[in-house]
Design a protein around this ligand. Structure first.
Ligand code: ADP
Ligand code: MG
Length: 755
């Protein structure tokens, strides 16, 4: 199939792409942006879908509106300029074996004409249509019929779209380079491949780029998924091994202390909270590091559990760090922990990039940057209010001084509990005796980044490499069991699958377009009702009635907001303000607002300056708004169940009855699952079955290819991969006998980046 001593004669898998004669420096730059540096990288740049142009047909009306391939001789070819639209149209007529004519049309690609000379026999692939009475194709893929089928007449690979890089160009490159994979060392041994009927790597890559059939394609995808899973398992097991070989400070479980703390709570713990607390405190007693994930739905009460662990570590004389993904969340934790520990002699500091604050219980004061330069607030509650009202400190001379002062206090061990964003463990912060790190919403740091994060956590104690901190991670995304098996092999798991008893389940209803008016009426009556009762941790204002959220989906599915989305949100905000709720005040939150503006909108909502908050779906509201009891989610059919469940978790944060209305354009049976249950774990499992695992956590950004993600629900495959990985590691823990796996693991973890 391949002839050597041609283009690739002096190349190998590690040849830099920029050295290839066919890769100009412009292309090399684009490839670099995609992190494709070597031939090997390019060969692993896999298509994300395929156009099926396998049906070669004679022109016929039966094939209209179908993807087909037509072969024929060019009878006419010309470029036509339409000055009005500033377009150049290339028109080529092709005659098939029966003498029927096909008109192929391309826009603004005049150079095509150079290759499409009259008399040439070509293959054209695309959707067949009729232009008047003439068969036609717009922008078909084409190549000379004498050529090997690469872009037409087959399953044609489509690569993820990138500016400056077409799929056609990639096919051309990859096709010639593929032969270099013939000698590629295989991560999966002959033995494993035989056992599970898996293709070797060369066959798999060849079939993935240029599949001969659907079946061969699927087999290749399965092989790659197995390999990825194998590497994930290898990595998590290695981490677990290394982790358990390290030392941590054992922290004795002081039952009296913990019971005293729990008694102070204005509620009794759920059984799940008790069990999780116990599991964590037991872990802390060991001289090896805890590495545990606390998984519980929004509102399941993870904070108290974490606080019990923190209290235990601090009482034993150690420092504790709590890390949150955003400043808003960090601040919220700071407030919660100040409240939770108000009766204890614990110094708490908030450390984020824009704000630093310290609370000293001994003099009953909380100081912020001003006060750190000698201006102590008379009491902590007032300071908290100030903190809330003016949480946007700018960088200034004093701020740097405060930072220095704070860092000094941390390094001297004068601060017991440090709360912040992940700047906390990456910057110039040194701890005196950090014994426990708690990471909230860890999924927001990305799943695969976990490994890197753990490494960081392991290295942060001030030069004392003898012991590393215990690690507790928390996530509010209920993780289906199969996924946790696949991904969290290196972690112990505590699950809060029980909601506090006082919680009323959120009443959820799917609403058809003609019922929306009724719901608006209902919301009016809710907003006019009395406010939520004030709970211990609820310092929100109590003026006026209840509040509502309106959540809008993005206009087009993407990860960030475009101006189109902002416009749509602005219009919906205007429509609701003017025509639906003219008697109320409506706020607007979207992703294009500056962080400070976002925060200001949220705080205004919290302070009840708005009755209704209209928000795009990508904005994290962050702050708790217990008084918000109603939520509308527009075009709910566009979201996954888990995502909808996460949204509705923003209401139902008090003992008041809350409501969630799923406005839907379609009669979606899927959405009804949310009417039936409030159990996030049940919903997560359902969602996993319906839409696959991609939407859980930051899997999309984890660097794992789509095909692996699709196979993540394949429990058997995961189980096999895990067993094989375990067998190899137990025989050869350092992978000395398996350099290929060692190498692949290295590359695998190199793919993983911290945000
Ligand atoms: P999350 O798991 O989302 O972090 P929180 O820890 O913030 O949840 O708890 C949500 C609210 O529930 C808080 O106001 C907390 O005080 C309260 N809470 C926690 N545990 C219980 C319980 N067992 N009974 C009643 N309320 C509880
Ligand atoms: Mg929380």
């Amino acid at each position: 199939m391949f002839s050597r001593y041609r283009y690739t004669w002096n190349m190998h898998l590690d040849t830099p792409l920029k050295n290839l004669p066919r890769v100009t420096s412009r292309y090399a730059k684009v490839l670099e942006k995609l992190e494709l540096f070597t031939v090997r990288d390019l060969l692993f740049h896999l298509p994300f879908r395929y156009d099926d142009f396998r049906r070669t047909v004679a022109l016929s009306e039966d094939c209209l509106d179908q993807n087909v391939t037509v072969e024929g001789r060019i009878t006419r070819a010309k470029n036509v300029r339409t000055w009005k639209k500033r377009l150049t149209i290339t028109e080529v007529f092709v005659e098939d074996e029966n003498g029927n004519q096909l008109k192929a049309v391309w826009f603004n690609q005049l150079y095509i004409l150079d290759s499409l000379r009259v008399g040439t026999i070509v293959r054209l692939s695309g959707k067949l249509s009729l232009d008047d009475t003439v068969f036609s194709m717009n922008n078909p893929a084409w190549e000379r019929a004498a050529r090997d089928a690469t872009n037409t007449g087959r399953l044609v690979p489509i690569y993820p779209e990138t500016k400056g890089l077409t799929s056609k160009w990639l096919r051309w490159q990859i096709k010639t380079l593929l032969e270099l994979a013939q000698d590629m060392p295989d991560v999966l041994s002959d033995e494993i491949r035989e056992k599970f009927h898996l293709y070797d790597i060369f066959t798999a890559l060849t079939q993935l780029h240029f599949p001969e059939s659907r079946e061969k394609l699927l087999r290749s995808q399965k092989r790659m998924a197995f390999q990825e899973m194998f590497l994930v398992q290898m990595q998590t097991q290695k981490i677990k091994k290394t982790w358990s070989g390290k030392k941590s400070l054992p922290i004795a479980f002081d039952e009296k202390l913990i019971q005293g703390f729990v008694k102070k709570m204005p509620f009794t713990l759920t059984d799940a909270q008790r069990k999780a607390t116990f599991e964590i405190l037991k872990d802390l007693e060991k001289p090896k590091p805890m590495n545990r994930l606390l998984n519980g739905d929004v509102g399941s009460g993870k904070t108290v559990v974490a606080a019990a662990a923190a209290l235990q570590a601090i009482s034993a004389g150690h420092q504790v760090a709590i890390m949150a993904p955003t400043e808003v969340l960090a601040k919220q934790h700071f407030e919660s922990f100040c409240e939770l520990f108000k009766d204890y002699n614990i110094n708490i500091a908030l450390l984020t990039n824009s704000y630093k604050s310290i609370r000293h219980p001994e003099d009953g004061a909380q100081s912020d940057e001003e006060s750190a330069s000698g201006n102590l607030k008379p009491n902590y509650n007032k300071a908290l209010d100030k903190h809330k009202a003016d949480s946007s400190f700018r960088k200034s001379g004093t701020q740097n001084d405060v930072r220095k002062e704070l860092l000094k206090k941390i390094s001297l061990g004068e601060i017991n509990l440090i709360i912040g964003t992940h700047a906390l463990i990456q910057k110039d912060v040194t701890f005196k005796n950090l014994a426990l790190v708690i990471i909230d919403e860890q999924h927001r740091f990305g799943v695969a980044q976990r490994a890197a994060l753990q490494q960081e956590t392991a290295d942060i104690n001030d030069g004392d490499k003898k012991s590393i901190p215990h690690l507790l991670t928390m996530t509010a995304t209920p993780i289906p069991r199969t996924l946790s098996i696949a991904f969290f092999g290196s972690l112990d798991l505590s699950i809060l699958d029980e909601m506090p008893k006082n919680r009323k389940p959120i009443i959820t209803t799917v609403v058809a377009p003609d019922e929306q008016e009724k719901i608006y009426e209902f919301i009016r009556s809710e907003i006019k009702k009395g406010p939520a009762s004030t709970r211990g941790d609820d310092r929100s204002s109590t003026r006026g009635g209840r509040q509502a959220f309106v959540i809008l989906p993005l206009v087009e599915e993407s990860l960030s907001e475009s101006m189109v989305d902002v416009k749509a949100a602005t219009q919906e905000h205007a429509r609701l303000s003017e025509f639906v709720f003219p008697e109320f005040k409506l706020g607007l939150l979207h992703g294009r607002l500056k962080p400070k503006e976002k925060e200001s909108v949220m705080h205004k909502f919290k302070d009840k300056e708005f009755d209704i908050l209209v928000s795009t779906s990508v904005v994290e509201v962050g702050v708790d708004i217990p008084n918000a009891t109603v939520m509308i989610i527009e075009n709910a059919e566009r979201f996954g169940l888990s995502q909808l469940h996460q949204f509705r978790g923003r209401v139902g944060r008090s003992d008041l009855q809350s409501y969630c209305f799923l406005f839907s354009q379609t009669k979606s049976v899927r959405l009804r699952a949310l009417e039936k249950t409030n159990d996030g774990f049940v919903i997560a499992e359902a969602d996993l079955k319906l839409r696959g695992p991609g939407q859980f956590f930051g899997l999309v950004q984890s660097g794992l290819p789509d095909i692996t993600m699709e196979n993540l629900t394949n429990v058997k495959l995961i189980k096999f991969a895990r067993e094989e990985a375990a067998a190899i590691l137990s025989d050869d823990p350092q992978l000395k006998k398996h350099p290929v796996i060692q190498d692949a693991l290295q590359k695998f973890s190199d793919k993983i980046h911290l945000e």
